[in-house]
Write a protein that binds this ligand. Structure first.
Ligand code: FAD
Length: 399
């Protein structure tokens, strides 16, 4: 609108630009420059545009929106997830309600099998797992007794190994967790924070669902369609194939929201925060189905990949062919997982202190806050940041 004042320019980290004032006269500025079009950036872009009528420029260095949740139809016409399987699950009604504005859902409960001793058995370990592996026919109480007799209580539970050995004993720990964890993280479970496996339950009943959340579903037409609907707003401009460095000095904006790696923002000044990466091998197979469930885990260290995903189980798509993805963990490549170790948290806190001293930039998301967050937690984080910004806006207007 014509009455809008020209936005104040804060060329963050580039005081020279402020001095020469090159950008300062522009009237076509944005209220927010949001870096990263994944859940964190896209949710905040939608909220700011819709709720506060802010003008938002949303950029991503990748050629697509959706971040790691991006899905697309491959050459055979099968809907696949480019960055590995993403299953939506949450206990937060506000998060589910919010996303439901942008998509319908397909009810889906995730089930995973692990290849152990040449068999495919349910993981998390449950009654079926124990009975199949040991050729038994125990009832619930029997399984509880069995696991108790094998568990090796650990006085001071600190690591992932302590958690699992304490719950199910060393043998099941080695069959299901040790090899998988070593491959996934490049570290032995004894070197990893207990939080990594604390979220994997053990059950004595027949419940073979991977998650216990109250809301478990997949976006009916896929994640990318949901993101498209979220970003379909006249106040939001999306620029793809665009790195933050390409535009940080070229475009006028008031504030930055940064959802990329926080250490990258600060030029890795204290050293690189460790992230674990993955290589995905996507394949189409000329048969209708490949495996009995969406995900089969391969805990054996003799197999180089950690798991195989068959997407049609997730999406409900009918197709005469099927597409699958093998995941190979690696140290190099895109940053996917913050590595949960105390020394990494310490390094992160140094970056967080820098971030606290840079109030014009809001750090958000899995990489921006170096947290091993699921999609719903990232949505909740973005909604919480929005609530704070909305309050600030109301206060500044004297409301
Ligand atoms: P991202 O999705 O990573 O988005 C960040 C974006 O910022 C990226 O697109 C990146 O290209 C862009 N970017 C970064 N730096 C720059 C820069 N300098 N300039 C421009 N752009 C930049 N969660 C679940 O809830 N359920 C699951 O089943 C699940 N499975 C997963 C499986 C895998 C293999 C992985 C890796 C993650 C999984 N997650 C799952 C977690 C989920 O992917 C994240 O919670 C979610 O994607 C985080 O959103 P985000 O916006 O924080 O980050």
């Amino acid at each position: 609108p014509a009455h809008r004042p020209a936005p104040a320019i804060h060329p963050v980290g580039h005081p020279a630009k402020h001095a020469n004032g090159r950008a300062a006269g522009r009237r076509s500025g944005f209220d927010y420059l949001i870096v990263g079009a994944g859940f964190a950036g896209s949710v905040l872009a939608e909220r700011l545009a819709t709720g506060l009528n802010k003008r938002v420029l949303l950029i991503d260095r990748r050629p697509h929106i959706g971040g790691n949740a991006y899905d697309h139809y491959d050459d055979a016409g099968v809907l696949i997830h480019r960055y590995g399987p993403h299953i939506f699950h949450t206990n937060s009604k506000p998060v589910a309600d919010y996303l439901s504005r942008f998509t319908k859902w397909r009810p889906y409960e995730h089930r995973v099998l692990a290849r152990v001793d040449e068999r495919l058995v349910p993981i998390p370990i449950n009654r079926t797992t124990v009975n199949q592996l040991y050729g038994l026919d125990l009832d619930e109480a029997g399984v509880a007794e069995f696991l108790k007799s094998r568990a090796e209580p650990v006085a001071d539970v600190r690591t992932s190994e302590d958690v699992v050995v304490g719950a199910v004993g060393r043998e099941l720990y080695e069959k299901f967790f040790r090899g998988y964890t070593r491959k996934q993280w490049g570290l032995d479970p004894s070197q990893l924070d207990k939080a990594v496996t604390a979220r994997v339950p053990t059950r004595t009943n027949d419940d073979d669902r991977y998650f216990g959340d109250s809301f478990q579903a997949m976006p009916l037409n896929g994640y990318t369609r949901m993101f498209e609907s979220m970003l379909d707003h006249p106040n939001i401009k999306v620029m793809l194939n665009t790195d933050f460095d390409d535009v940080r000095d070229e475009i006028a904006y008031d504030r930055i929201v940064f959802t990329g790696p926080i250490d990258e923002y600060f030029g890795h000044r204290f050293g690189k925060l460790p992230y674990r990466s993955l290589t995905f091998r996507h394949e189409t197979v000329d048969q209708e189905w490949f495996q009995p469930v969406a995900v089969v885990n391969e805990p054996s260290e003799g197999v180089p990949y950690t798991r195989v995903t068959e997407y049609k189980h997730l999406t409900g798509q009918s197709h005469p062919k099927t597409s699958i993805t093998y995941e190979y963990p690696s140290a190099q490549g895109d940053p996917y997982y913050p590595i949960p170790r105390p020394e990494n948290q310490e390094l992160f806190r140094k970056y967080q202190a820098l971030a606290d001293g840079t109030p014009d930039v809001i750090f958000l998301g899995r990489l921006g806050t170096y947290r091993y967050y699921n999609m719903d937690q990232v949505v909740a984080q973005a909604l919480a940041v929005y609530a704070r910004l909305e309050k600030e806006e109301q206060q500044s207007r004297g409301l």
